[in-house]
Design a binder for this molecule. Structure first.
Ligand code: KIV
Ligand code: ZN
Length: 515
């Protein structure tokens, strides 16, 4: 068996920090469960000191993930490290990932410190993290623009202090493959204790070279690759893990390494993350794009029909790609729900179909279309998460006149109380319904983006509305799906209101805990 490359996923940290709206605790848990099923070795689940919401989601994920190692990010600041450890304390074993910039540019213009001060801060922080766990990773931020001498000096000291994983980030996506492999090779040649740690790389994609750089780092001896599913992340994103994983598999002959990944989950995980994060996958995206396995030219079609391998280097089935996908709606029966569950690998005895089906119907009524990960969440994720759905639309009516003004009335369930409100005349039916809802909730929200897309085909197509709103300087995303686009718009707003309400509850709980 070839040596393993550790796959380190940072979708929930580097990926999430680049989204337009932050994810809810439940959404992050759904993603974490998918990553675990995909066989990700280590998942970075957040930066707990950065916000109460992040702390809460790290806590929740720590309680639920058993088969992947979890990790949280911390600056070289005592509070960051202590809070990271506290947030993950429900887990038997966890990693703390400490980082500090080492390039001259960052040291001088960002941190205003010299290299000796940086080294001292790094060592001090590593020692503090080692109080909580023996699994500490250190990232020399902006490593690819750090002088080789400084990099070798600090890496040697960090390993002597007990760091098990040294990460060499190409923070600004500046490197090219030969250059990064030169850096890794130099570390192996010049740092005497280098074999006591795993060398990792974390590449950004500003020049479109994140995957190429990561592959060249593997060839030079790196044995941990950091990245995100679908390449999400700061600016142009991070290394797309599905691409690295499949490159390692397809070119095992050349690379001589392997991974622990469960390939069959790759496509599903990519789809789920794209939907939850509201980040569509380009059709021509490698491995997971909708065109990745379709052949257009006659010569190619003929070639594939004669032998798939003529023009396909990956069997789409091997990554769980499905050409035909059923949609689950409130019209779907128990058999369809069972079929989805068994496709996800669950036996009938793993869940209670009666309870699941009744919860499914309620969700399908609310959401329009239900995805496989929703089923998983209904069957296995703590129901408390769903009880947080505070707002629910009971009824609405809209009057819209061409070239004229619209009005709307809504009946909204808020916890246990029911409220009825009407709008004043508005300049359109969606505006009218949003106005009526706002007269009940009084949340000071600003609508930043409204997008309508058709899901499915013909007269049975569903209209999906995605909205982005700003509430007290934070962005929230909401999605609604229905055959009636006014209803989709209302559902999207209800989804946003519930997300805001949940975020407020998390803040209240954490404030109480701190008292
Ligand atoms: O890009 C980067 O340098 C990072 C570090 C925190 C690892 O994300
Ligand atoms: Zn990064």
């Amino acid at each position: 068996m070839n040596p393993k490359v550790i796959i380190f996923d940072t979708t929930l940290r580097d990926g999430e920090q680049a989204l337009q709206a932050s994810l809810s605790v439940k959404e992050k848990l759904q993603i974490a469960l998918c990553l675990e099923k995909t066989g990700i070795d280590i998942m970075e689940i957040g930066f707990p000191v950065s916000s109460p919401g992040d702390f809460k989601s790290v806590q929740t994920i720590s309680k639920n993930i058993k088969n992947s190692r979890i990790c949280s990010l911390a600056r070289c600041v005592e509070k960051d490290i202590d809070i990271a450890a506290e947030a993950m304390s429900a887990s038997d074993s966890f990693r703390i990932h400490v980082f500090l910039a080492t390039s001259t540019l960052h040291m001088e213009s960002k941190l205003k410190k010299n290299f000796n001060e940086i080294t001292d801060m790094a060592i001090y922080s590593v020692k503090r993290a080692l109080r909580y766990t023996d699994d500490v990773e250190f990232s020399c931020e902006d490593a690819s623009r750090t002088t080789m001498d400084n990099l070798c000096r600090i890496v040697e000291k960090l390993i002597n202090s007990g760091v098990k994983t040294i990460n060499i980030p190409d923070t600004v996506g500046y490197s090219i493959p030969n250059e990064l492999s030169y850096i890794i090779k130099n570390l192996f040649e010049r740092v005497p204790n280098i074999h006591k740690s795993i060398i990792s790389v974390h590449c950004h994609n500003d020049l479109g070279m994140a995957v190429g750089n990561s592959i060249s780092a593997i060839q030079a001896g790196a044995r941990q690759i950091e990245g995100t599913i679908n390449g999400l992340g700061e600016r142009a994103g991070n290394t797309a893990l599905e691409e690295i994983i499949m490159a390692i598999k397809v070119r095992e002959d050349l690379l001589g390494v392997s991974t622990n990944i469960n390939y069959k989950e790759i496509y599903r995980t990519s789809q789920i993350i794209s939907r939850i994060c509201n980040m569509p996958i380009p059709a021509n995206k490698a491995i997971v794009g909708s065109n990745a396995f379709s052949h257009s030219s006659g010569i190619h079609q003929d070639g594939v029909l004669k032998n798939r391998e003529n023009y396909e280097i990956i069997d789409p089935i091997s990554i769980g790609f499905k050409r035909v996908k059923l949609n689950l709606t409130s019209r779907s029966g128990r058999a369809a729900v069972k079929h989805y569950m068994s496709e996800m690998g669950y036996k009938d005895t793993d869940y209670n179909i009666n309870e699941l089906y009744s919860d499914f119907l309620k969700l399908a009524d609310k959401k329009g279309q239900v995805f496989d990960y929703d089923l998983e969440s209904l069957a296995f994720i703590n129901k408390q998460q769903d009880e947080l759905e505070h707002f629910s639309l009971q009824f609405f009516s809209v009057q819209s006149i061409s070239n004229g003004l619209s009005t709307a009335s809504v009946k909204l369930l808020c916890g246990k109380k029911v409220y009825i409100e009407s709008s004043t005349t508005s300049n359109g039916p969606v505006d009218a319904i949003y106005q009526a809802l706002n007269r009940i909730t009084h949340f000071p929200i600003i609508l930043k983006k409204f997008e309508l897309t058709a899901k499915g085909q013909g007269k049975d197509a569903l209209g999906q509305v995605d909205i982005l709103v700003e509430y007290k300087k934070r962005k929230f995303h909401g999605v609604g799906l229905a055959t009636d686009i006014i209803e989709s718009s209302a559902k999207a707003m209800i989804n946003v209101l519930n997300n805001i309400w949940q975020a407020k509850q998390v803040n209240k709980k954490l404030k109480k805990l701190k008292k």
